[in-house]
Ligand binder design. Sequence first.
Ligand code: ATP
Ligand code: MG
Length: 648
Amino acid sequence: MSTPQTDLAIWDIESVDPAKALQIRAMREQVQADPETFWLEQAKRLEWERFPSVGNRSTFEDEVSIRWYEDGKLNVSVNCLDRHLKERGDQTALIWQGNDPGVSRQLTFRELHAEVCRVANALKSLGVKRGDRVAIHLPMTVEVVACMLACARIGAVHVVLFGGFSPEGIGERLIDSGAVAVITCDAAKRGAKTIPHKAVIDAALRHTGSIGSVKNVIVVNVSDTSAPMTAGRDHDYAELVAGQSDVCEPEIMNAEDVFFLLYTSGSTGKPKAIVHTTGGYLVWAAYTVDVTFPAERGTTHWCTADVAWITGHTFVVYGPLANGSTTLLFEGLMGWPQAGRWWDIIDRFNVSSFFTAPTAIRALMRDGDDLPRQYSLASLRRLASAGEPISPDAWLWYYEVIGQKKCPVIDMWWQTETAGPMLSAIAGAQKLKPGWATTGIPGIFPSLTNEKGEIIENREAEGCLCFDESWPGQTRSIWGDHKRFRETYFTFSKGRYFSGDGARRDADGNLMITGRMDDVINVSGHRIGTAEIEDAVATDHSVAEAAAVGINHDLKGQGIVVFVVARNTKTLPSEAHLSKVICERVGRYAAPEKVYLVSELPKTRSGKIVRRLLRKIASNETDSLGDLSSLADTSVVPALIALVQKQL
Ligand code: ATP
Ligand code: MG
């Protein structure tokens, strides 16, 4: 692969605390020498009904079997709530900020515990049992957290579905997961809009028809709109929950019982239902939040991800609550009713750990630096980004303007399949490197392979990102399709988990994600990751965001096409200028065939750029666009097609 010259190394930021560095080094040495003891020690972060006698019993060979702590027994809700009652029952567990700036609510661990027990009893009253799947289709409200934990309390398997999915998308997921109940709301509030959740569920259930297994629909009143109710099937949440006892004996689960199913974002194709189990997942959630992104007592942890994504599960709900931290849930949008809404929330609720995605950071950069400077942001201690590669430019902006050069920016790499961050700098223990996810966290062993799945021994290299050992939060399977699971992740490089992403490694062993392996562009034998071109274009001040794709080229094999969104629509950069920027930063061989200035890029509902679609559009193969169900806004597609066809 190509290794373009960049000036990244000089951007290293010194922030190393020798004591912290020593502590992390000791952890790395321990897990290297005796992983079993290390991971059993991490299990002590939780309260078990029966403490496990074994740690890792996984194999990536043959049929592939991932098993952790398998003779342990526990309940997740007990770990997130009950065990905190004695010491910090009256501490705030959950801060909820409504869409409307004047509406917010705070629940202590004791109050959340009582609500969870009532919801758990309500679910039981409808006949929901251990192992049953319950779909949760709610906006960012207190109820979404209460319902997730209520499922955990009775051993039901939650399947949280993003509010913005279409009826067909939801219907397919209801059939695939075999859900017996759906918890939704009348309508959700998103800025000035209301989104008719109940109507979407009604349409989804018509879509599932007789194949569907949903017997009950519980409807939370979020927006005071009167959603039509189907007698015998639909229940009002408040009525159902109000009369329930706030005592509910927790169902004691085996560590390897399925805890939840969660669909991936669908950037590369049809989303997959990823299976996570109880003990390993919760140890991993508690461990990763604590190691990478703790929140000080009396301060607040805020991850802006929707709970319907893995970051929401682990860094909004389970990780912070298992560790006894205060977590913040925000129902609204970052720019409504006015820009700067997020910064106001940080100041108001004393947020110390703030976590968002590159797509949001790029949008915030477009608003300019003056806006965040009107806020104090003094409570912030650390910032994080995950979900997509963050360009060094966006990293530095986040560091300087939001973190005011005093908060480390942690770039974390994870997947729905990994349940938590695998690659992440540990603040204080190492230097940070803008745009680099740096190293495996203690206990994680990343490796690079070539295209054939053979290990690359050289330190400085570029290749396919794999992991040599299992970790407690590793997905156990794809729901109902273990064969697809094995083939997707374990056949590429024997004995390793293949992530599907590409990475570059520097002389110190730091890793930078170069993009998805499916998207790598091969120009006259130079293999170029999409992030390398996109980072280069992003260094130009006129660029807000960019996506690079490869198209067939008679002479070069593949040629590069770049889609660019300008920061300011009044002063558009020229194609020749952007082309020059790429050549200077990456190399002459990366000169693009075409640069399109567009107003929007196609994104998944979780905010990731869908390059497979741009590739089709750039190649004029618009009759085979593939699965569009994961797109946030399909109207972007015809606009892009029209623009490209005009310029072909
Ligand atoms: P699908 O698997 O359905 O195509 P998806 O991979 O987008 O969808 P997720 O599990 O939500 O679904 O996303 C994981 C992917 O997000 C990773 O494989 C990687 O490509 C990207 N990603 C996550 N964090 C980072 C990061 N810090 N840097 C670069 N890429 C990241
Ligand atoms: Mg994926």
